[in-house]
Design a protein around this ligand. Structure first.
Ligand code: FES
Length: 251
């Protein structure tokens, strides 16, 4: 307990707002991410289809199982891409290191002593170094999700708008913001440079980097919003498939 009162700049006065509340955010993060992981495991390992009429769940798109006629745990062929993309995301790393590993739970909390820092040099965390490559795979999946969002407006009797159409559209929009506000993407469009002022006039790569930076500021917000929209889209379609709810057509 005495350790929790220590900060990087010295002891924090007892009763200060930060001292009493530092654990709230990591705890909420752990609960939400934990529930999402459990839900995802249930969805991926206990269902073979995510399609209801013209709606397809983001967990099952693209329909690789349909392409090859493999219908065992269909979501598994695809779900690993967004999972690894999120797992290796710089923003989520901060969140789950704090929420699950409590290592440390917040910026001003003293880290627990360890013999030697190995960071992300060892399995399984070393996989986080592949984030830039997962970004390309995530873009491919995103293209299919946009196709699904458009098709969600075309019913058997023609164009229409259902609650499911809107959920899938919002999901594609939020995932686009999340994907293109990525730190690795910003580094790529910026030409991988570490110093722009060293190269004289502002270059095209600097302008692109600057543009993506405006989205990147809100990367954490896009991360949570898109997680919620993927979850909502899948849950809505799952409940339709199970017959628990009926789709509402707005017109
Ligand atoms: S840093 Fe979060 S998606 Fe790339």
């Amino acid at each position: 307990m005495a350790q929790s009162l220590e900060t990087a700049s010295g002891p924090r006065p007892k009763g200060s707002a930060k001292e009493t509340a530092y654990w709230v955010t990591p705890l909420i993060t752990a609960v939400i991410l934990g529930l999402w992981v459990l839900y995802s495991l249930w969805e991926v390992f206990f269902h073979n289809t995510g399609t209801y009429q013209n709606y397809i769940s983001p967990y099952f798109s693209p329909g690789v199982g349909d392409w090859f006629g493999w219908h065992v745990l269909d979501a598994l062929y695809v779900a690993w891409v967004p999972f690894l993309f999120r797992f290796s995301c710089y923003y989520y790393r901060k969140e789950y290191y704090r929420g699950f590993f409590w290592d440390p739970p917040a910026c001003y909390q003293v880290d627990r002593p360890r013999p030697r820092y190995s960071g992300e040099t060892k399995w399984p965390l070393a996989i986080n170094n592949l984030h830039r490559y997962f970004w390309f795979l995530a873009v491919i999946v995103l293209i299919f999700l946009w196709k699904d969002a458009v098709e969600a407006f075309f019913f058997k009797n023609g164009f229409g708008v259902g609650i499911g159409s809107l959920i899938l559209l919002i999901n594609a929009v939020l995932l686009t913001f999340y994907t293109f506000s990525c730190h690795a993407f910003r580094h790529m469009v910026g030409g991988g440079k570490d110093c722009y002022s060293c190269h004289g006039k502002p270059s095209t790569s600097y302008k692109l980097w600057n543009k993506v930076s405006q989205w990147n500021v809100f990367h954490g917000a896009w991360a949570w919003a898109s997680l919620a929209s993927v979850w909502a889209a899948d849950l809505y379609i799952r409940l339709l498939i199970m017959g628990v709810i009926h789709d509402v057509r707005l017109f």
